[in-house]
Design a protein around this ligand. Structure first.
Ligand SMILES: Cc1ncc(C[n+]2csc(CCOP(=O)(O)OP(=O)(O)O)c2C)c(N)n1
Length: 538
């Protein structure tokens, strides 16, 4: 490794990221980022060229989602930053650690409105609302401190995105100052008193329940142990899906969206909520009816008294807190009725599916059987994925990703690319709708260039179906939701991918198996109108 005193700021910043364990950057270079590129020339860090910065942001998000390590997007100021910002919004909504590193116009021009290249009146004001912090380094010495602050946030706070901008003149200056990585802080531990109060409530509950979110992923074993000790049913948010194995007899999967589950939650007298906002996006009701006392475990103190005030507020990392509860609960009477109740709710859900959900389930059943159990599913915003939240079982956390928080179309493919690069040995698949796919379709070229064996399941229901359905429900004549699609097969092939349409269960199964062995991505188009999905029965 080179002494940073010989480097300029752009080069030294890349070398410093390496010291914090960064191995991949996603972005698109420009004249403003050439000094970063000089640094990349002498670094083992891989630079992945996205085809639009929005894709780069999603790739960084996908990388972070599956690995738990911060994902990094490296972009130019102005349009590079604003293009990335949609993905930053997604990472903000879902508490994903993403560092957006950008250039800015020369420091002496900032705020003057001279009309410099890629100028934005204030880059930090533009990104501040969607980041934990957004800062511009006005001297070389400030850069290592800002990077240390970013990685400290990721390690010890609610891990939301950070934006650091370095003006082009600062990037070219010698890297003076201390450019070592700092020791990172850890997450706060819960107090013994709070743990005891939580255990007391849980021990005395008649019908305890557990709600888990994305923040609970590291606490999977401890939460499963608590659920089994109590005999408590577990519901995941979409981000918490799999924290307890979906096929566990106490799991209601990510079923909060279902009325059958919401009615059961209403009856719980104690609810243990771990790393979850209990937010509207998981239930599609503004406020869930929770009548029981709520124990909240969250790393973010601001969550304790929001829509669901905590009877016991445990501020701390989910893993340490849940482990402490599991230890302290001691021997208690396990509620025995829960398994039968959960099974009955699941049966009700199966019996109450809409026609369209039945079609989704037919495809999801085939996919579940064809995909290895540990496959990472990166879902875009489409109906197949909404149904999958409760009808596609995953055995572990971090295997199902449907970024319901920001709910932005186009995340599926680039998120899957990021995931695939973070965990090269893991099977990754993306489920996308015909509308959402078009938002970031150009990243097919990126995936093909990287030779990623990536099955892309394109659920074609001819248009923006969810919004069509919403309009019909409100008696609104369809407007802006029936536009034509391209020939997806020809489009994917022109982007150097394999592509085929399937029209049977066997065809889908064979296509998925072949796609995992292929030398590049495979677009697999499934049409909802096809006969095999519309025959009676499941
Ligand atoms: C960036 C963005 N723009 C608009 C929307 C609103 N929206 C939500 S779902 C949806 C339809 C998506 O269509 P498609 O991807 O084909 O999935 P489908 O609903 O048809 O299954 C739209 C337009 C959104 N979520 N994100």
């Amino acid at each position: 490794m080179t002494d940073s005193s010989e480097l300029n700021v752009g080069e030294a910043t890349i070398a410093l990221l390496e010291k914090y364990g960064v191995d991949t950057l996603f972005g698109i270079p420009g004249v403003h980022t050439l000094d970063f590129c000089k640094g990349l020339n002498r670094s083992p860090i891989r630079h992945v060229q996205a085809r639009n910065e929005q894709g780069a942001g999603f790739m960084a998000d996908g990388y972070a989602r599956v690995s738990g390590k911060p994902g990094v997007a490296l972009v130019i100021s102005g349009p590079g930053v604003t293009n990335t910002l949609t993905a930053i919004g997604q990472a903000y909504a879902d508490s994903i650690p993403v560092l957006m590193l950008s250039s800015d116009a020369a420091s002496y021009t900032l705020g003057k409105g001279w009309g410099c290249l890629h100028e934005v009146p204030s880059l930090t004001d533009t990104t501040a609302p969607l980041t934990t912090f957004s800062a511009t380094a006005m001297t070389p010495e400030e850069v290592p401190g800002l990077i240390a602050k970013a990685f400290s946030v990721f390690a010890s706070e609610r891990p939301r995105p950070v934006h650091i901008a370095i003006p082009i003149d600062i990037l070219a200056m010698p890297a003076t100052g201390d450019w070592q990585a700092v020791e990172l802080p850890t997450r706060p531990a819960p107090t013994a008193k709070k743990i005891e109060r939580a255990c007391e409530l849980l021990r005395n509950a008649n019908q305890p329940m557990i709600c888990v979110g994305g923040g609970a992923w590291m606490a999977s074993d401890a939460i499963t142990e608590i659920a089994e000790k109590l005999g408590a049913a577990v519901i995941g948010s979409t981000a918490g899906k799999g924290v307890v194995d979906d096929s566990h007899p106490l799991s209601l999967s990510a079923g909060t969206v279902r009325g059958e589950v919401q009615r059961y939650l209403k009856n719980a007298d104690v609810v243990l909520a771990v790393g979850t906002e209990l937010s509207e996006v998981d239930s599609f009701v503004e406020t869930l009816e929770i009548n029981g006392k709520i124990i909240r475990i969250d790393i973010d103190p601001r969550k304790m008294n929001d829509l669901y005030p905590a009877e016991v507020a445990i501020i701390g990392g989910a893993k340490t807190s849940a482990e402490a509860i599991a230890r302290k609960l001691g021997d208690i009477d396990t509620r025995t009725e829960t398994v039968a109740e959960v099974s009955a709710i699941r049966e009700d859900i199966r019996n109450n599916l809409s026609d369209s959900e039945i079609r989704h389930c037919k495809a999801l059943d085939v996919l579940r059987a064809a995909l290895p159990a540990d496959t990472i599913v990166m879902g875009d915003i489409c109906q197949l994925v909404y149904t999958g939240a409760f009808a596609f079982d995953v055995p572990k956390p971090k295997l199902w990703h449907y970024p319901a928080g920001y709910c932005t179309l186009g995340c599926g493919l680039p998120d899957a690319i990021g995931a695939r690069l973070a965990l090269p040995e893991a099977p990754v698949v993306t489920f996308v709708g015909d509308g959402g796919f078009m938002f970031t379709v150009q990243e097919l070229v990126t995936a093909a260039e990287l030779n990623l064996a990536l099955p892309i399941i394109l659920w074609n229901n001819q248009g923006l179906k969810q919004i069509q359905d919403d309009m019909k429900l409100r008696d609104i004549e369809l407007v802006g939701v029936t536009g034509i699609n391209p020939d997806f097969i020809a489009l994917a092939k022109s982007c150097h991918c394999h592509a085929l349409k399937v029209d049977s269960a066997q065809g889908l199964q064979d296509a998925v198996s072949a796609a995992f062995k292929a030398d590049r991505p495979t677009l697999i188009e499934v049409n909802e109108a096809d006969a095999w999905l519309n025959q009676a029965g499941r």
